[in-house]
Ligand binder design. Structure first.
Ligand code: GCO
Length: 255
């Protein structure tokens, strides 16, 4: 009897911030592995367009437009899914923004906005989804961290602090929720070809730095995260908890 430990058939995955970029690529990969996916974002038009793209590929897709930083909106969206019989088996906390400015010039409201979107939202959404997973005695949470979960780079302090927090929030989830059959892990993407990084990829000096600093000698593609996301969302990782897996071409492992 051959079993496929990586099969997500029959599972439903909610991926926050998945109308484009890493979130959409992860959603597409999970759908290809058999999952029903729920796309999330704040831009309804973009969300529907991305959902149509995945449906055209034959995948089962729902959309849930809500602001992950708005606790009431998160609760309402999850209650709506409850009523629609949508049970979340897998949560991917991907929603995030970037804001590049030296700390000496950084306004507190800009700091707070990044922390709220990239870290606190993961706590809020996870707490509400975990309440449902606890009742089922099972669940997978995959948090999207960053190289900056472990290493700092000048001008992206709030993002770095938030992503460092994501790594430790993941461990906290493992500490508290492992007993309920929930596994919480994180993915640390390297420098990926995304809209968020357009200012960097279009900068010849930064582009050269990434290619020289990364053993793979190149930027990563969003679809290259799908395999790790599937692994951390599947039976293959049922005894893996509290880890961050870097998908970075080797960057974090070398000087
Ligand atoms: C930056 C980038 C990084 C990458 C990624 C690296 O300005 O340095 O946006 O933050 O996006 O997070 O892992």
């Amino acid at each position: 009897m051959s079993i496929n430990l990586f099969d997500l058939t029959g599972k439903t995955a909610l991926i926050t911030g998945s109308s484009r970029g890493l979130g959409l690529a992860i959603a597409e990969g999970m759908a290809a592995a058999g999952a029903s996916v729920v796309l999330n974002g704040m831009n309804g038009e973009r969300l529907e367009a991305s959902a149509s793209k995945l449906r055209d590929e034959g995948f089962d897709v729902n959309v849930a437009a809500f602001d992950v930083t708005d606790e009431a909106a998160v609760c309402q969206a999850l209650e709506r899914m409850d009523h629609e019989g949508i049970e979340i088996d897998i949560l991917v906390n991907n929603a995030g923004i970037q804001f590049r400015k030296p700390m000496l010039e950084l306004e507190t409201n800009d700091w707070q906005r990044v922390i709220d979107t990239n870290l606190t939202s993961a706590f809020i959404v996870s707490r509400e989804v975990a309440k449902r997973m606890v009742k089922k005695g099972a669940g997978k949470i995959v948090n999207i961290g960053s190289l900056t979960s472990d290493l700092a780079r000048a001008t992206v302090a709030p993002y770095t602090v938030a992503k460092g927090g994501i790594k430790m929030l993941t461990k906290s989830m493992a500490a508290e929720w492992g007993q309920y059959g929930i596994q919480a892990n994180a993915i640390g993407p390297g420098y990926m070809l995304t809209d968020m990084n357009e200012a960097l990829t279009s900068n010849p000096e930064f582009d050269g730095w990434v290619k020289g600093r990364t053993p793979a000698g190149r930027w990563g593609r969003p679809d290259e995260l799908a395999g790790t996301a599937i692994y951390l969302s599947s039976a293959a990782s049922d005894y893996v908890n509290g880890h961050i897996v870097y998908v970075d071409g080797g960057m974090i492992s070398v000087l």
